[in-house]
Design a protein around this ligand. Sequence first.
Ligand code: SF4
Ligand code: SF4
Length: 395
Amino acid sequence: MQYRVNPRNGDCISALGLGCMRFPGALGHPDPHRASQIVARAVERGINYLDTAYLYPGNEACVGMVLEELGLRDRVFIATKLPHGSVDGAVDLDSIFDEQLRRLRTDHIDYYLVHNVTSPAQWERLRGLGIEGWLARQREAGRIRQAGFSYHGSEGDFPVLLDAYDWDFCQIQYNYVGEKYQAGTAGLCAAAERGLAVFVMEPLLGGRLAARLPDRARRILDAAAEPGLQTPAAWGLSWVWDHPEVTMLLSGMASPEQVDENAAVAERALPGSLTPAQHEVIARVIAEFNRANRVGCTGCNYCMPCPRGINIPGCFSAYNASYAHGWFTGLSQYFTASAIRTSSPKLVSNCVRCGACVRKCPQHIDIPARLEDVGRRFHPGPVGWALKAWSRRQA
Ligand code: SF4
Ligand code: SF4
């Protein structure tokens, strides 16, 4: 395993971290047996950083149980996150944090993040509620070792947030199609210049730069036939690790085999290891990706559940697939996502524009509007009216 040093405290962190949000299992019910297999293999391959969050349903408890059963707590850094929208005072900070320690079956969190910050105003609100003093007390008591934030706001706001507190680290979304998205490359460099450890999430955009890469982009990578870069995932991860400013990237590996594949790439992908010719290949892939990609959904599930039962990420995945892999492929996926063959289908036209999902989306997608696009793509005009009427009768 390749390790990179946290410039703030000297921790040697595996360049590949395990994102636990995508543990296999039903939404809210991660499968503990499969999670245990993944964690065991990850640690065996040298991974020493596990990321979870209060808001990932059932996830903290699963991580805590698995680590205790495997006896691995002392061999990994645990990262988890504060749901700042649920905090209205110091009492909430204490009660949420105590619950997190209980779920994770530990007495301290190694890396504690304010979750999904999208603007400096959110941090200012927390400051007003006394979070700085609270963090200082937790650090002094050894209950929090490093404090940071995960970010989904604009490039311009990012440096403001970096300078708003004496952070130890930050976590940003970063991948080869997102150099100018959210914090982007400018934010990566700004954080590194300030001496922060920088952790990267969504290096493969929830699989859209891996198994779900558009066919034409995939063919470009296959034609390049670069040794050590046999898969789209290897290209995507290597591109992130090519940046010396990156301390660690998180991958949501869903099987021990995926852990093996990514760990093998991590051993080779040192900073500055991609050649100019390989960067040129990636530039061509970006052009193809942008042609096929219609909705920037990463499949994070933050917007779920929808009160009308719509499988929002599933519908967007089908929509993107219809451009990346052909209309019939997308339609087949849409049939599955919308349960169209069942007695209670959940068509995108069921959306009543309540807006509940929009507030939660870290990618700032206008979900109701884009669901209309999905509807136009898969059940246009009279077909849509007939399906909607039928769906209402079944509801
Ligand atoms: S706006 Fe539409 S898709 Fe979003 S939660 Fe409401 S009904 Fe569901
Ligand atoms: S629509 Fe937004 S919140 Fe929902 S899964 Fe996609 S990226 Fe996540």
